[in-house]
Design a protein around this ligand. Structure first.
Ligand code: GAR
Length: 205
């Protein structure tokens, strides 16, 4: 199944959900995403740098409370995020450093239309501190993965990956920086593939 274009303008509206720095959000806004347009940002952190970036880039941005939990959404709040995206005609959702698991109405409503970027070659090193885990393990190649989101943590079918060599004298910061450069390339490419139908959306995740 491929994403359908909005009849009026041929544009596929994309929402980015993020919690922090927002470098992937910015890369998606500035990158070549084909007929996909980043038209909405939602964050669970009202002080996040990504809010400032959205205002600089002229993207509609909202802070919506995620509820009382630390790593997941409250039921009512997840419904509120979902409703806003539906109201805005969002067809694809990109997680870019969202520090929460999606399990409820959002996954139902946007089934197979939510993608995530992660700083490792999945299925190795899911979860937090992926770059440190890769260094501690001693892998010689790491990288980043863009994948469809299912109910797990950094699981779901992989869309594309970029590899990065680990150097003998790498620190976590150095390796993270080189992986991040590849993330910025990979995310726009994955979105472009999905929007053009090169990669179908996965309605069976
Ligand atoms: C990125 O490195 C992204 O891969 C990671 O959070 C960072 C967000 O940076 N995501 C995960 O670890 C997901 N499990 P950014 O706010 O500058 O885009």
């Amino acid at each position: 199944m491929i994403l359908e274009q909005n009849d009026e303008d041929g544009i596929l509206r994309i929402a980015v959900l993020a919690s922090g720095r927002g470098s992937n959000f910015e890369a998606l806004c500035r990158g070549d995403t084909g007929n996909g347009r980043i038209s909405l940002l939602i964050t669970d952190n009202e002080n996040a740098d990504v809010m400032r970036k959205a205002s600089e880039l002229g993207v509609e941005a909202h802070y919506i409370s995620p509820g009382r939990y630390r790593t997941k959404f409250g039921e009512a709040q997840e419904a509120e995020w979902t409703r806003l995206m539906m109201d805005r005609g969002i067809e694809l959702v990109c997680l870019a450093g969202l520090m929460r698991i999606i399990k409820g109405s959002m996954l139902e409503e946007f089934k197979g239309r939510i993608i995530n970027i992660h700083p490792s070659l999945l299925p190795s090193f899911p979860g937090l501190h992926a770059q440190k885990k890769a260094l501690d393990y001693g892998v010689r190649i790491s990288g980043c993965s863009v994948h469809y989101v299912d109910a797990g943590v950094d699981t779901g079918p992989i869309i594309l990956q970029k590899a990065v060599h680990v150097k003998d004298d790498d620190t976590v910061e150095m390796l993270s920086g080189r992986i991040l450069q590849q993330e910025h390339i990979a995310y726009s490419e994955a979105v472009r593939f999905i929007c053009s139908g090169v990669r179908p959306i996965q309605d069976d995740v």
